[in-house]
Design a protein around this ligand. Structure first.
Ligand SMILES: CC(C)(COP(=O)(O)OP(=O)(O)OC[C@H]1O[C@@H](n2cnc3c(N)ncnc32)[C@H](O)[C@@H]1OP(=O)(O)O)[C@@H](O)C(=O)NCCC(=O)NCCS
Length: 119
């Protein structure tokens, strides 16, 4: 099970963890990865679908509380490896762009303050 603290969600942490796990599994020559998640868990469903897991089947009353699960499957192929690389590149790019934007905003603020001092 993967879980991210509520205060840190929505920043790509879970996606990164899933990619690291999948990379390790690939290195260990895994053929496929199978997992289950509750039907109502929109976060987990969004996460697994965003990294390429495919819905395999619905499992009625899978959990002790009586709720159904979806079983998801990811097959390790050459094509999926290329997709993973692309996603990792995109995460890095977003991070770099975010940092660049942050630096640029700070620079603007500094210039604005300097201009105020001159006036
Ligand atoms: C599911 C969970 C691990 C996601 O963690 P996170 O760090 O917020 O997820 P990320 O920021 O890495 O998001 C990864 C993808 O999942 C999708 N996603 C995350 N939370 C979502 C939500 N509430 N609804 C829809 N999609 C969601 C994002 O859209 C993102 O896809 P994108 O990159 O294509 O936009 C987190 O919500 C959690 O800890 N939930 C409680 C524990 C749990 O249910 N774990 C799964 C058990 S199977």
């Amino acid at each position: 099970m993967i879980a991210v603290d509520i205060s840190a969600r929505g920043r790509g942490i879970a996606k990164k963890l899933v990619h690291l796990t999948m990379r390790k599994m690939r290195e260990m020559n895994a053929h496929e990865c199978i997992l289950e998640t509750e039907l109502s868990n929109v976060g987990a469903i969004g996460l697994y679908e965003s990294v390429g897991f495919v819905r395999h089947k619905r499992l009625p009353r899978y959990y002790l509380n009586g709720s159904d699960a979806f079983r998801y499957k990811y097959v390790f192929t050459e094509a999926s490896y290329i997709d993973e690389l692309k996603v990792n590149e995109e995460i890095m790019l977003r991070k770099t762009m975010g940092m660049a934007l942050e630096n640029y905003t700070k620079q603007l603020e500094l210039e604005q303050k300097a201009a105020e001092v001159v006036v």
